[in-house]
Design a protein around this ligand. Structure first.
Ligand code: GLN
Length: 266
């Protein structure tokens, strides 16, 4: 990066291109032989702001620690933004609104443990997948649902417009589905016996079960899915850059490291 810093001081115009060079730091930097190499985290954002739409009640992918949204998606997005020479801004909204935010240009990307589906691909493009999600069923430990077979006719909670919502509605009928804007509300409804089960993603399910007495996850997995980043159809330039960044961040161990930090191997 030192080399680039010199170039930068020569011509302001080159500053705009620093995001492109940032991608070269992987092969260009050699910390062991060049102790003065600055950590890439100090790269000054010069290419503006990357805005990310998310629903920040989805631990460990996105959740609040104090005022700050942290988690796997937040950290991967920050690493991508850094590669693009951009700063990252995360906007918390209902999951239901994240795709619209991207479509209308309110956000550059939606990253929300979002599953790739054919239906969503009609509205947005998806990056390459960076993680796997599993739909599971959360129930009360002493409730009436002990296996998937018991779900028929029961009141099932979902987060509005998630794949859990789509599967549950298709398999058990709209009349049996209770839709919530946030999982936390579905979890309190389950804890207070207002609903019998929640169909949701495995990792946040584990986190909610750990934080709330008397809940458990059924052993049978409901569906296995791919998580990816949603980007507006017309923004193919960003899609290419995000995919290139994802590849570099996977190959150099950054993304596996972030995932392992939040989801320790069992
Ligand atoms: N993976 C699920 C989906 O994409 C849920 C995502 C979420 O609620 N944040 O629909």
């Amino acid at each position: 990066m030192k080399k680039y810093a010199k170039i930068l001081s020569l011509a302001l115009a080159v500053m705009l291109a620093v995001g492109l060079f940032a991608g070269c730091s992987q092969d260009g930097s050699n910390p062991s032989t060049n102790p003065s190499t600055e950590p890439t985290t100090s790269t000054e954002p010069t290419n503006g702001t990357l805005t990310m739409a998310t629903e920040a009640g989805f631990p460990p992918y996105e959740y609040y620690e104090g005022e700050q949204i942290i988690g796997i998606d937040a950290e991967i997005a920050a690493a991508i933004a850094e590669k693009l020479g951009m700063s990252l801004q995360i906007d918390d909204m209902d999951f239901d609104s994240t795709i619209t935010a991207v479509q209308t240009g309110k956000a550059d990307i939606a990253m929300a443990g979002m599953t790739v589906t054919e239906e969503r691909m009609k509205s947005v493009n998806f990056s390459d997948s960076y993680a796997t999600g599993i739909q599971v069923v959360v129930v009360a430990e002493n409730g009436s649902v002990a296996s998937l077979d018991d779900l028929a006719g029961k009141s099932i909670g979902v987060q509005q417009n998630t794949t859990g919502d789509i599967y549950a509605t298709g398999d058990y009928g709209d009349e049996n589905i209770q839709r919530f804007a946030r999982y936390a509300d579905a979890v309190s409804a389950l804890s207070t016996g207002k609903i019998d089960a929640i169909i949701m993603d495995n990792e946040p399910a584990k986190s909610f079960v750990a934080a709330n007495e008397g809940l458990k996850i059924l052993d049978t997995e409901y569906a296995v899915e791919d998580y990816a980043i949603a980007i507006a159809k017309e923004n193919t330039d960003l899609l290419d850059k995000v995919n290139a960044a994802l590849k570099e961040l996977t190959d150099d161990g950054t993304i596996p490291g972030i995932i392992a930090k939040y989801i320790p191997a069992e």
